[in-house]
Design a binder for this molecule. Structure first.
Ligand code: ZN
Length: 139
């Protein structure tokens, strides 16, 4: 069995963003030389997500609006978490809703996606360097 590990770094200038990271993950898969197995991709920070969905800008705007309705950033004083002096209480909640990680089957050397599936990094507290872990095991 082969094993591969890589950290992808992001520094999103805005507080929130959705980034299609499928090309970077595909690059990892190529590097790994694994053709049959499982790929795990997870955000390494508790205010960011990795999730799978459609690469469609309207959907991403819908996520943004929906998440702001569920957990508005302002006023930051509404979150008990922010009594620690932070201002990212909303980002923790948004990450929980959008998820920590995805697992994708590797078949014949490619990501074995369903129709329209792509992998996204969801940033909810940007403006600093953050990491995503890619781990692949297989043969
Ligand atoms: Zn926090």
């Amino acid at each position: 069995m082969k094993s591969y590990r890589k950290e992808l770094w992001f520094n999103v200038p805005t507080r929130r963003a959705f980034i299609n990271i499928t090309p970077q993950v595909n690059e990892c898969l190529k590097e790994s030389e694994i053709t049959d197995g499982l790929l795990l991709c997870n955000a390494m920070h508790i205010t960011a997500s990795v999730f799978i969905n459609d690469n469609e800008s309207g959907l991403h705007q819908d996520y943004e609006r929906w998440l702001e309705e569920l957990a508005p950033h302002e006023p930051v004083s509404q979150y008990l978490h922010n009594r620690t002096g932070e201002d990212n209480g909303d980002a923790h909640l948004k990450r929980q809703v959008m998820g920590r990680e995805v697992v994708v089957a590797i078949t014949d050397g490619r990501l074995d996606f369903g129709p329209w599936e792509q992998i996204f990094y969801g940033e909810f507290d940007g403006g600093r360097r953050k990491r995503v872990l890619v781990k692949i095991i297989g043969k």
